[in-house]
Design a protein. Structure first.
Length: 348
């Protein structure tokens, strides 16, 4: 069952209709401590009649783990949740990923609704049915594909974000532009993240979601063209996992750094235009800065890349571009090419 994605400026009305459709006997609301403080007050009054049971977990991706998941399962069980109950996930991608997985596995599956409150969750984590947790030091190692009943998107929540979280989500939008068309890419690299126009951003969010939806509809379980959405993620997930034991970085920052690498690899392997690569890299450097890796980290990063879920037979798999919108999936690179790319990342 595909989730129904609704972009709205009247979140209360849309949520009421969604809950009526789900016909739940009990409503559970999952949040992290940040969204409990900043976002829950916007919905608390309208949900009073449902007598919601609140579940609050620690914030940040470091807590998207088995301990947080077990805490959610325990409360669902202790508070007598049934297969007719519904879990409302209010938060960023960490909450929607973990909450979606908890709902998908409790009682073999209950309804869940996602209300993404970060830009990253709106354009990426809440769309496409991926749920899961980090495990054994690896990003999203455990999870399932399962669609929420509804995804309700209100960009007014974006005004609660700090600049880093806004940038984090924007990286996925930039990726959608690169795998889609030049017009979209040009608008994205011209947009001011330092003083965002939220009306313009709402339209851009809608267009970004449409790019992902179109691809997911063609390939729900990532067997073929959905791998396009992994552009920037082979290096990006390695950077993200590498950072977990040091100074953790936001997912979108990891993807932005990964796109620098995979744009460079696209230039040397697939003929991507050098000037468009450098234009995009300049935008990323301006807004996302640098990641302090050294050549001593190369072997660890390559080892982390070998765990990527797109790999086959232990061969590291990349999605590369021949041009903006010209997608080349299932590409490979030698260790020397990967190290050359990391050299460019450090110096470029």
């Amino acid at each position: 069952m595909e989730s129904r994605i609704i972009i709205s400026k009247a979140i209360e009305q849309q949520l009421s209709c969604a809950l009526i459709s789900c016909a739940c006997d009990k409503l559970f609301v999952l949040m992290d401590k940040t969204t409990y403080a900043l976002c829950w007050p916007k919905l608390e009054k309208m949900l009073q009649s449902y007598k919601p049971i609140l579940i609050t977990i620690e914030a940040t991706d470091t807590h998207k783990d088995i301990d947080s998941l077990m805490n959610v399962w325990k409360i669902l069980s202790d508070k007598c949740g049934t297969r007719q109950s519904c879990l409302l996930n209010l938060g960023g991608g960490m909450v929607t990923d973990l909450g979606g997985f908890a709902a998908s596995t409790f009682k073999r599956g209950i309804n869940f609704i996602n209300i993404p409150t970060t830009l990253l969750a709106m354009v990426d984590a809440s769309v496409g049915g991926k749920t899961g947790i980090n495990f054994n030091g690896l990003k999203n190692e455990i999870g399932v594909f399962n669609d929420s009943r509804f995804v309700l998107i209100d960009t007014l929540f974006l005004k609660t974000l700090d600049s880093k979280n806004l940038c984090s989500g924007y990286a996925e939008m930039l990726k959608h532009g690169l795998i889609s068309d030049e017009k979209m890419w040009k608008e994205l690299i011209s947009f001011s993240l330092f003083s965002p126009d939220f009306e313009q951003l709402q339209r851009m969010v809608s267009e970004s979601i449409q790019v992902k939806e179109k691809i997911v509809e063609q390939d729900p379980h990532e067997q073929n063209i959905r791998k396009a959405l992994n552009f920037g993620h082979t290096f990006g997930h390695a950077f993200e996992s590498w950072s977990l034991s040091r100074k953790p970085i936001l997912h979108g920052y990891a993807v932005a750094y990964g796109m620098i690498c995979e744009l460079y690899l696209s230039c040397i392997k697939s003929g991507f235009p050098t000037e468009k690569m450098r234009t995009t890299v300049r935008f990323i450097r301006e807004h996302f800065g640098y990641l302090p890796i050294t050549c001593d980290d190369y072997d660890e990063l390559i080892t982390l890349m070998t765990h990527d879920k797109k790999n086959r037979n232990g061969i590291i798999n990349f999605t590369l571009l021949g041009e903006i919108g010209d997608i080349h999936i299932n590409q490979t690179a030698t260790k020397d090419e990967i190290k050359e790319t990391l050299d460019f990342f450090r110096e470029g």
